[in-house]
Design a protein around this ligand. Structure first.
Ligand code: MN
Length: 266
């Protein structure tokens, strides 16, 4: 089932010069034909945004590396729909500088690139490296994990609409405890907005204050990484909350059209 020379599209949100994407490119080149199409600068927290108001341009830095002045989502769409001559067998996004766990995945450009690939029908993996104790990042072990997860997905595929969100602890290959299949955790941000006053006496704000704290719950991505395990969370893009159907049925929402009509005629 696995293609002999798979085409692997690589992107990220830290920018094309980030050490994480370079480590990923190097490692994946041992298992396939890698094309890198990535933002020309850091676009962390770009989420799943598309650039619609200005033109996007692609600069070919080499045969297999293209820099784009757009978001991670722009990169994947442009690559799959235009730049690549063949449809990729796999998209790998990362290796992000910092974990993408819990609610943070809704802001993440790294995960969004994998989401876009999934929407376009290509199996995708997002991979992020947790910050080390010394605030450092050593991508070597995470790159090898990315290679192994990539081989697994190339061999087996993924269910329709599902991507894998992988978070790797900042440890050596020998120190990593194993792999856990996890659910998204929950973090609590405090003092999130920093307010200061500029020299003209007007307030300005920075988003992103203190380090977040996490609620420690079993089987979450955060707990797995904190315990030294690679966390793999399957993410599905059907955001429908099927559990809430019955609840909403009980709201008797049919009445709102009647009420809206009555309101209009007043
Ligand atoms: Mn990033």
């Amino acid at each position: 089932m696995q293609p002999e020379h798979p085409c692997i599209l690589v992107s990220n949100d830290d920018g094309i010069d980030a050490p994480g994407i370079k480590a990923l490119h190097r490692e994946l080149a041992s298992i396939g034909n890698v094309k890198v199409v990535a933002p020309d600068r850091e676009r962390s927290a770009a989420s799943h945004s598309l650039t619609l108001q200005v033109p996007i341009r692609a600069q070919h830095l080499s045969e297999d590396v293209v820099s784009v002045n757009g978001t991670p989502t722009d990169c994947i769409m442009l690559a799959i729909k235009n730049l690549l001559k063949v449809k990729p067998d796999l998209v790998v996004s990362g290796i992000n500088r910092g974990a993408n766990m819990g609610d943070d995945i809704t802001y993440s450009g790294t995960v969004a690139a994998a989401m876009e690939a999934t929407l376009l029908g290509t199996p995708a993996i997002a991979i992020s490296l947790d910050r080390g104790d010394d605030n450092g990042f050593d991508y070597a072990a995470a790159a090898r994990i990315a290679r192994e997860v990539s081989l697994a997905v190339l061999a087996r595929g993924l269910p329709e609409g599902t991507l894998l969100n992988v978070n790797v602890p900042n440890l050596t290959s020998e120190e990593i405890q194993g792999v856990k299949i996890t659910r998204l955790g929950k973090q609590v941000y405090e003092d999130l907005i920093i307010e200061h006053t500029d020299p003209r006496g007007r307030p300005y704000y920075w988003i992103g204050g203190q380090q977040e704290t996490w609620s420690i719950e079993p089987n979450t991505d955060y707990t797995a990484v904190a315990d030294g395990f690679v966390s793999i969370t399957p993410i599905h893009l059907d955001l429908t909350d099927y559990r809430t159907f019955a609840l909403l049925e009980g709201w008797e929402l049919d009445n709102i059209t009647e009420a809206a009509r009555a309101g209009r005629d007043k």
